[in-house]
Design a protein around this ligand. Structure first.
Ligand SMILES: C=C(O[C@@H]1C=C(C(=O)O)C=C[C@H]1O)C(=O)O
Ligand SMILES: NC(=O)CC[C@H](N)C(=O)O
Length: 788
């Protein structure tokens, strides 16, 4: 054991240790991984360990100072806020650069964007707002003569391209202590993009070396690390950073200040075949309408995740999940920090009992009902525990063979509080609802295959026989779908939309936040409420919706999990969606995200070539790049191998053209890693979807929730987004998952008495009010058209 410890300590000797101070930014882990990827620092040092803390992890420098001898360098990352606002916004960063801490003089520091601004401010430079702000824009950087003598840019050409995300800039003219190294030109004039502090090993850049559109970012970091090593050898810091018996303990404690524990212990391999899976496969039509036609003959309850459009890598599969009495239902109510678990339609459970439990009454719980006091973060662990013993290594070729299916609302994501009610009944609404499915019909539209699958050999035999009779072996679609293209004419609808003036106010406020440097992009969304004059079955609305707006993720959910009785009828959560956007798909070892950012309305004057031209302009490019970098960050937080597989492709949908990028992470369960994750861990850490928030995620969702949407959408459940902006999909027991973003959808908390439709779009400093309003209406129309 002792030799193990000595080995670890020796390993630490050959590693550089970097302390990364994060300001709750959405590009943090892009920088962290870029640092860790630098393995060739010197013949003796070939690895870098990065410890990430938040700028408010420590209350003051006094707490951090004793730990600094453990680190070879500090990197102060980018982030929202303005260094002029001091500790309130910057936390420990504002103190870090102050002269008071003389013993910091010898520790190498690299400041990036916000970190750079804070460093320069402390030297006397002026940090102020740019006239014309740059978020997600790529510019040419020019090095000056001083840069050529400074190791930070060693190996660089005179000019190189890099991404800028900043509202503020540094003016260091006349500041002797700052040596300018790098600049760029734009409408604002010549701007300082990189500098060094005289007499100290402190460096900084205003641009973002870690962006996927920046050139030579890795070289900058490697140069900084090499300079740090040389500095530390010269000053004796390198020698003194050793043989502190508690070295590894302190580091691992610090490494754990940000929670990255897996939801459950992911194994390297899983048993296969020790659980009998019932699976019958049949040849059937390749027509994507097959799923919908099958729905027509199903009398059982069903959840549908179908594709009414097949595109490369999306929409290839459809799933019809069949809940039954053995299906466990997991609902999380964030407003009261409770999870309920019970069997589907357990006769012993009534809504009145469930309601009492949620109100906190102590009762003998009937039937299968369990009530767990837990917050949303523990809810994820509950789900992990459920799945832990169910994972099997079987039928990897099929994306879903059974498992958890359902909806995770926006407020289940990070940084948001979930405390909303359904206005109509003032009843609690679930923030997440998932059902464990044993029986399913899975369809491959590309191959024309249909599978009847059961995890517990309970697939309904009459249904199976009807499927065989009606669809098996019939390669061509026999008949057209006989679904009504419109809703019944006699039903009227009361439609409440957000006020245009309120939208304009919210838009202006977004611009203010972005100009002040608080946010780089804000996905502002609206809610519209539709009340039918007489109730229409949710399924009937779905029939019309999928025909009017075909999409790769067309979903139908009606949660009749509690039986109604004469005295009370439960509020039934319904969700109808025609989403174009995949959020996250995974298998045991890889995962893929497909953020959509950038929208152009279709019309007689618009074709693919024109849309592509528009979608490649700086506004749309910046919008997409920002989310692309944010998504890389979300994946990099847990997984070291992240790649951009598709860069801003234009895709065509029924009513819009969209700009789409694809990012993949590899090696989730790689044996060489200390911690193995499942796709569910990635999902937990990356919700809410970046394309629905903007960047940086934390501050932006808080501003949207507290300052903007609570007022703008006050006419619907206090402005909560609820199901809209969350995700829908599954986590299959064969370690696959696929979740789409809840957009171009409608949902009801009361079985269809009233519906809510969300629509919005990302606002950047290049947005115009009219442009954003039109974009919001275009998206709203994709589902509101059903009621028009
Ligand atoms: C917010 C919505 O869509 C999101 C915003 C987009 C954009 O800003 O271009 C595109 C797709 C979605 O990620 C919506 O449809 O309501
Ligand atoms: N990306 C950043 O670090 C931005 C820094 C600062 N908030 C600005 O907007 O200029």
């Amino acid at each position: 054991m002792l030799s193990d410890i000595v080995d670890i300590e020796n390993q630490h000797q050959q590693q550089l240790h970097v302390l990364f101070i994060d300001s709750y930014d959405s590009f943090t882990y892009n920088v962290v991984r870029l640092i860790e990827q630098q393995t060739e620092i010197s013949p003796e040092v070939n690895a870098v360990h990065v410890t990430t803390i938040h700028s408010d992890t420590f209350q003051s420098m006094a707490q951090l100072l004793p730990l600094l001898p453990l680190f070879d360098a500090i990197v102060v990352g980018p982030g929202p806020g303005n260094p002029n606002n001091g500790a309130e916004e910057m936390g420990i960063i504002s103190e870090l650069f102050e002269n008071a801490h003389k013993h910091l003089d010898t520790i190498p520091i690299l400041g990036i964007c916000l970190g750079f601004q804070a460093m320069c401010l402390a030297q006397g430079a002026i940090v102020s707002e740019l006239d014309i702000i740059k978020h997600g824009q790529v510019y040419e950087m020019h090095l000056n003569d001083a840069a050529k003598r400074c190791g930070l840019f060693s190996g660089y050409p005179d000019t190189f391209r890099s991404t800028r995300y900043h509202s503020l800039h540094v003016n260091a003219e006349g500041i002797d202590n700052i040596v300018p190294l790098c600049s760029t030109e734009d409408e604002n004039g010549t701007l300082l993009m990189g500098a060094k502090v005289k007499s100290r090993p402190w460096f900084g850049v205003q641009y973002h070396p870690e962006s996927c559109c920046s050139e030579l970012g890795g070289l900058l970091v490697r140069n900084f690390l090499q300079l740090s090593l040389v500095n530390n050898m010269r000053t004796g810091r390198w020698e003194s950073k050793k043989l502190n018996g508690k070295f590894s303990d302190i580091l691992s404690q610090l490494d754990r200040t940000i929670d990255r524990d897996p939801l459950y212990r992911v194994k390297d391999e899983y048993a296969n075949g020790d659980r009998a899976i019932y699976m019958k496969q049949y040849e059937a039509s390749k027509d994507p309408k097959l799923t919908l036609k099958i729905c027509d003959i199903i009398e059982e309850q069903k959840f549908v995740m179908s594709s009414s459009v097949i595109s490369e890598n999306r929409g290839e599969w459809s799933i019809i999940a069949l809940p039954n009495g053995k299906s466990q239902v997991f609902s999380h109510y964030g407003a009261v920090n409770k999870t309920t678990v019970h069997n589907w339609q357990d006769k012993e459970i009534s809504y009145s009992i469930l309601k009492k439990c949620l109100d906190g009454e102590e009762l003998d719980l009937p039937g299968s009902l369990e009530v767990i006091d837990e917050d949303k973060s523990q809810f994820w662990i509950t789900l992990g525990k459920v799945m832990e013993n169910k994972i099997i290594d079987d039928h990897r070729e099929i994306p879903f063979i059974g498992g958890l299916v359902g909806i995770l609302g926006y407020e289940i994501g990070q940084f948001i509080s979930c405390n909303h009610h359904n206005d109509d009944e003032n009843s609690l609404v679930p923030d997440a609802k998932l059902v464990f499915i044993n029986n399913s019909i899975v369809i491959n539209h590309k191959k024309g295959m249909l599978y009847c699958i059961s995890l517990d050999s309970t697939f309904p035999s009459t249904l199976q026989q009807s499927l065989i009779n009606s669809f098996v072996g019939k390669k061509d679609a026999e008949q057209e779908l006989k679904w009504p293209k419109d809703l019944p004419k006699e039903v009227g609808f009361t439609i409440t939309m957000p006020d245009k003036k309120d939208y304009a106010d919210a838009f202006e406020k977004c611009q203010d936040y972005m100009h002040k440097g608080d946010s780089y992009e804000m996905c502002l969304t609206t809610q519209t409420k539709v009340v039918p004059s007489t109730a229409i079955e949710p399924w009937r609305i779905f029939q019309t919706l999928v025909q009017k707006n075909p999409a790769p993720f067309s979903s139908f959910f009606e949660f009749n999990d509690i039986i109604s009785s004469q005295d009370d009828s439960p509020p039934v959560l319904c969700f109808l969606s025609t989403s174009p956007e995949r959020f996250l798909k995974w298998d045991a070892n890889t995962c893929e995200l497909r953020p959509i950012k950038g929208t152009v309305k279709k019309g007689p004057q618009m074709n693919l070539t024109k849309a592509t031209e528009i979608l490649k302009t700086p506004k749309e490019f910046g919008e997409n790049l920002m989310i692309l970098d944010l998504i890389r960050n979300d994946l990099y937080e847990l997984v070291p191998d992240v790649r951009v597989e598709e860069f801003m492709s234009v895709e065509e949908y029924a009513t819009v053209y969209q700009l789409v990028s694809v990012v993949k992470a590899y090696g989730l369960t790689s044996a060489s890693k200390k911690t193995r994750y499942s796709g569910m861990d990635i999902l937990k850490h990356s919700l809410p979807p970046g394309s629905m928030t903007g960047a940086p995620k934390k501050i932006t969702v808080q501003l949207l929730q507290d300052k903007l949407e609570s007022k703008l959408n006050n006419h619907v459940n206090g402005g909560a987004r609820g199901i809209y902006s969350g995700v829908t999909g599954y986590w299959s027991v064969n370690s696959s998952g696929d979740w789409s973003v809840n957009i171009r959808c409608m949902y009801s908390y009361n079985g269809g008495t009233s519906w809510q439709l969300g629509a919005g779009g990302a606002i950047t400093v290049l947005s115009t009010l009219d442009g954003e309003l039109e974009e919001m209406y275009t998206k709203l129309e994709s589902n509101l058209q059903v009621f028009m």
